[in-house]
Write a protein that binds this ligand. Structure first.
Ligand SMILES: [Zn+2]
Length: 423
């Protein structure tokens, strides 16, 4: 198959190209149905709604969703222990469950009778998978859901799946060659292991053309190697065991499109209130899964959402990748900042040897200062100017730069030091 064929088209053109108002209507329709169904059949959901004082008439669409409190992943093991096996979140009797997964925690996740409840098809298609692909699924097949979830979605697209699972590199190489595997799902590091091993084993180039990778970061340098050296179009999906695939990269590889079958909000990690696009916050998702409706569920991961149009034609907003954990953020003048953003700021200047971000207080105003130690010969004025612009761009805040002598910032300094006194 030619690469061009993998870059164009949609799994569901109508849904993926909805205008913003139509998308909100589509999501509001399924959301109201999902909540009615969950309230009637999932006692765990009903208890949460009642405790929050949310009546059925209070939720008429996406804009009302924030009335429901956020449920955090770390609460799940206790909730499930209190009301086994699923914490009251499963809407169907055990006799209708196809599989029960066991994720670390432990957290149990039921797979219900409906196909495609993880909504991974659109993301795989956007990432280049097409009917007729033969795919090696190298995610773990026991206990956890990712391998099964993608396996089912690939079948729904019309791909054949070889459930190779994790490890057994030599077998993976031989199988990929023998069946003419054109697709791969799994971690990026294992994809590289297989590609390299094929070379060592002397079996020649593997027929792989397309990969969806996840569960660990994909450095751009590694992606370039997959694409340029090995000819494997490589895209990422963002999913979790609880939620399924809620975001995915398209051919443009500039952020993860948000699935229409989940309402993904970026929220204030302290209050759970949705934040405007462009601000860092925690991912809170509600997924249209009638067996296991996770409503305003947070995994504790941070991201930023960008609603600028994408050249691929999909009209959904994009998540700009993983930005760290919600428990590491500091709030400055109403905006959350994270150590990874600090790294991003400093990476834009040349000659910074060591740095620390200091959050202080002047009168009733928070202050934000990048304390930096420079390498010999670095241009202090130039670095200061570059950093100030980068702070505005990355953190959406005004901040200062304080160039300090070598040895001022200790080895074990916290990346963000909150030195505000509240008295
Ligand atoms: Zn796109």
């Amino acid at each position: 198959m030619k690469t061009a064929d993998r870059r164009s088209g949609y799994w569901n053109r109508e849904k993926e190209t909805l205008a913003p108002a139509a998308r909100e209507r589509y999501q509001s329709r399924w959301l109201v149905r999902l909540l009615e169904h969950a309230r009637a059949n999932a006692p765990g959901v009903r208890r949460r709604l009642e405790r929050a004082g949310v009546a059925p008439k209070d939720i008429r669409g996406v804009e009302d969703l924030a009335k429901i409190p956020v449920i955090r992943k770390h609460e799940m093991p206790d909730l499930q222990k209190a009301d086994p096996p699923f914490g009251g979140f499963c809407t169907v009797p055990l006799a209708k469950i196809r599989k029960i997964f066991v994720s670390p925690g432990p957290i149990l996740e039921p797979m219900g009778p409906e196909l495609g409840a993880w909504h991974a098809e659109a993301g795989l298609y956007a990432g280049g998978f097409r009917p007729g692909d033969v795919v090696i699924d190298t995610f773990l097949y026991h206990l956890v859901p990712a391998a099964h979830e993608l396996d089912e979605a690939l079948n729904l697209i019309g791909c054949a799946v070889v459930p190779t699972g994790v490890g057994n590199t030599d077998t993976q190489v031989m199988v990929a060659k023998a069946v003419g595997a054109t697709g791969y799902v799994g971690t990026p590091s294992f994809l590289m292991t297989i590609l390299k091993r094929a070379g060592e084993m002397g079996v020649g180039r593997l027929p792989l053309q397309v990969a969806q990778v996840g569960a660990e970061p994909l450095p751009e340098s590694l992606r370039r190697q997959f694409e340029e050296e090995y000819g494997v179009m490589t895209r990422q999906g963002f999913g979790t065991a609880d939620l399924g695939l809620i975001a995915y990269e398209c051919a443009e590889k500039s952020g993860f499109h948000l699935s229409e079958d989940a309402v993904t909000q970026v929220c204030d990690p302290q209050t759970g209130a949705p934040l405007p696009d462009g601000q860092i916050g925690e991912i809170v998702a509600t997924v249209d899964n009638h067996t296991y409706p996770m409503i305003r569920f947070s995994t504790g991961d941070l991201t930023i959402i960008d609603d600028a149009p994408c050249p691929c034609g999909r009209t959904s907003a994009r998540m700009l990748g993983w930005r760290g954990r919600a428990d590491e953020v500091t709030k400055v003048r109403g905006m959350f900042i994270h150590p990874r953003q600090a790294d991003e700021v400093v990476a834009r200047a040349k000659g910074v040897e060591r740095f620390q971000v200091v959050v202080g207080r002047e009168g009733h105003q928070d202050t934000l200062t990048f304390r930096v130690q420079l390498a010999d010969g670095a241009d202090a004025a130039g670095v200061t100017q570059t950093l100030e612009a980068a702070i505005r761009d990355v953190m959406k805040l005004r901040g200062g730069v304080d160039v300090v002598p070598a040895g001022t910032i200790p080895d074990n300094a916290k990346k963000i030091s909150d030195e505000r006194k509240w008295d």
